[in-house]
Design a protein around this ligand. Structure first.
Ligand code: CO
Ligand code: CO
Length: 305
């Protein structure tokens, strides 16, 4: 647990370790089945980010059973189960408590070979950085609550949040030279990239124009319709970001947007990055992109150009 990882690892044998993680939260979409799918996609992500394979899970449920229709709970759980089936994960139990507002998530156990574990602290100068999903799910959720996000945009955001990182992780695990990986969640792309840079004792240069995001969110950011978490993420890390003259302010906000069930951020050598990216595109992970590179200095600083 020492280096800001979201999952813990325990070695059972020389060739086998278990990875354990837990995640649950309140609904971010209106449809209960979709919420269940998003919560499970999010909970499994930390196992995939370490290169592991999730095997079993237990439901964690909070629900106002006296005041809310139990059909809603059933739909949340059905959505979660559908997503676990897609992931090949077996639901083996769970626990529920009465609460004022619904919450759902999982405790997950995965497996991995102890020598194949990927941490977020192994990035090396010269590595390229791959991001596998578009950014903006937090901003879209905020716009949805304000009633100004159109259905097509919301559908694309939901599609991103319900896409398992399974296939991306499998393709990553086929390679022997991946140096570091993490998943992009609450701290935003730059927050998680900075954790990787600090843990690895390196800097990074990000080419902002190559970072995938939902283009419609620019308008919301310019109208300051952004999540509170984005503002906190940016304030917390602002001193560690050097912004180039060509990079607009709204785009920095996008790079700090808190993500739910976001993509993987992977550091690996340049040739390997190109071939992994090709493999991802062939596998239908269409928005994956090389977004920057790891630099030797200045350590713990990300330059965004
Ligand atoms: Co987590
Ligand atoms: Co994580």
């Amino acid at each position: 647990m020492e280096h800001a990882e979201d999952a813990g690892v325990y070695r059972l044998r020389d060739d086998l370790a278990i990875i354990q993680t837990v995640d649950f939260f309140t609904p971010i979409v209106d449809d209960p089945h979709t919420f269940g799918r998003i919560a499970v996609t999010n909970a499994l992500s930390d196992i995939y980010a370490m290169g592991g394979r999730p095997i079993t899970a237990m439901n964690i449920v909070c629900f106002p059973i006296r005041t809310m229709d139990v059909k809603i709970l059933r739909e949340i759980l059905r959505g979660g189960l559908d997503q676990m089936r897609e992931a090949g994960v077996l639901l083996i139990g769970g626990h529920s408590v009465e609460d004022n507002e619904p919450k759902y998530g999982l405790s997950v156990t995965g497996v991995i070979h102890p020598e194949r574990i990927l941490f977020n602290n192994g990035a090396r100068p010269g590595d390229r950085l791959i991001l596998t999903k578009p950014l903006g799910t937090g901003i879209v959720s905020t716009a949805l609550k304000a009633g100004v996000a159109d259905a097509a945009l919301v559908a694309r955001s939901v599609a991103a949040m319900t896409t398992l990182n399974k296939r991306a992780a499998e393709l990553m695990a086929e390679r022997v030279d991946v140096h570091a990986c993490t998943d992009v969640t609450g701290f935003g792309f730059l927050g998680h990239a900075l954790e990787m840079a600090e843990g690895s004792g390196v800097g990074m240069r990000i080419d902002a124009s190559s970072v995938p995001f939902f283009p419609e969110i620019r308008r919301f950011v310019e109208e300051e319709m952004i999540p509170g978490g984005l503002i906190r993420n940016r304030q917390f890390r602002e001193k560690q970001i050097a912004v180039g003259p060509g990079c607009p302010n709204w785009l920095i906000d996008v790079l700090f947007d808190p993500q739910t069930a976001g993509g993987l951020l992977i550091a690996l050598p340049p040739d390997s990055a190109k071939s992994l990216l090709n493999g991802m595109r062939e596998a239908g992970i269409d928005e994956a992109a090389i977004v920057g590179e790891v630099t030797a200095a200045p350590k713990g600083i990300i330059r965004v150009e």
